[in-house]
Design a protein around this ligand. Structure first.
Ligand SMILES: *Cc1c(COP(=O)(O)O)cnc(C)c1O
Length: 230
């Protein structure tokens, strides 16, 4: 086995164990491989092990990779902070943008989504910090943004995404993820059909599985440490 396939087996084992412990079905959880700062060759190897969905944080880096790997027909998710002057590239090169946190970005993505392509899948990034800073809307502002996105024809609102503040404690991790799940449930009850809860990274995937995650965004546990920070 290669390094990558060993790491992948370990991650799948962690997900399976968490599913068993918390009564979840592994099949309802998508593994998004976060390939930021790793070269196209690493993504090609991951695809060779059966992974189809990849997450990137930096537009320019991602555009180069999507072009180099066009033959593989992968599904690309933008998960980083999106500047409004990059919305055209994001709407063209990605199938998903998970980090929508303001109406202006949503409107620009809608305007730039190519007409030959299906609607762009989007998630709203929610900030669960007491003092939001790193991007994401506050919980109170999620509903108006969700309603605005629902009115944009070239976007398809799929769900919510969050990066909670790091904590080593399982119960504290669960408390954050539980807030995101309840927010999703409230919106769904009011008629916004959201099928995606994008939560859980290398260090907190068990808590995310426990709280109903449908998409785990895993970088380090799959690809190893990144050379630069970000
Ligand atoms: C980098 C990143 C991840 C992956 O984090 P790891 O701890 O390396 O698994 C997931 N989500 C977002 C938004 C990221 O920026």
């Amino acid at each position: 086995m290669t390094h990558f396939s060993q790491r992948l087996a370990q991650v799948q084992e962690r997900i399976s164990a968490a599913c068993q412990r918390f009564g979840r079905n592994h099949e309802e959880i998508t593994l998004l491989a976060v390939s930021k700062q790793h070269p196209a060759a690493a993504v090609r190897e991951a695809a060779g092990c059966g992974l189809r969905s990849f997450g990137e944080n930096f537009i320019q880096e991602a555009v180069e990779k999507t072009r180099a790997l066009e033959d593989l027909q992968l599904e690309w998710h933008f998960i980083g902070h999106l500047q409004s002057n990059k919305t055209r590239l994001a709407a063209t090169c990605f199938q998903w943008v998970q980090s929508v946190d303001r109406q202006r970005i949503a409107r620009r993505l809608d305007a730039h989504r190519p007409h030959h392509a299906p609607p762009l899948n989007v998630c709203i990034q929610v900030s669960l910090e007491d003092e939001p800073g790193k991007g994401g809307v506050r919980e109170d502002d999620v509903r108006p943004l969700a309603e605005a996105i629902s009115g944009l024809p070239r976007l398809r609102l799929r769900g919510l995404m969050s990066i909670p503040p790091p904590t080593p404690d399982l119960e504290a991790q669960r408390a954050y993820f539980g807030r995101l799940r309840r927010l999703r449930d409230d919106l769904s009850r009011d008629g916004l059909a959201l099928d995606t809860l994008s939560m859980g990274m290398s260090d907190d995937l068990e808590a995310a599985v426990a709280e109903g995650s449908t998409m785990l965004r895993i970088g380090t546990a799959l690809f190893g440490p990144r050379t630069r920070t970000g």
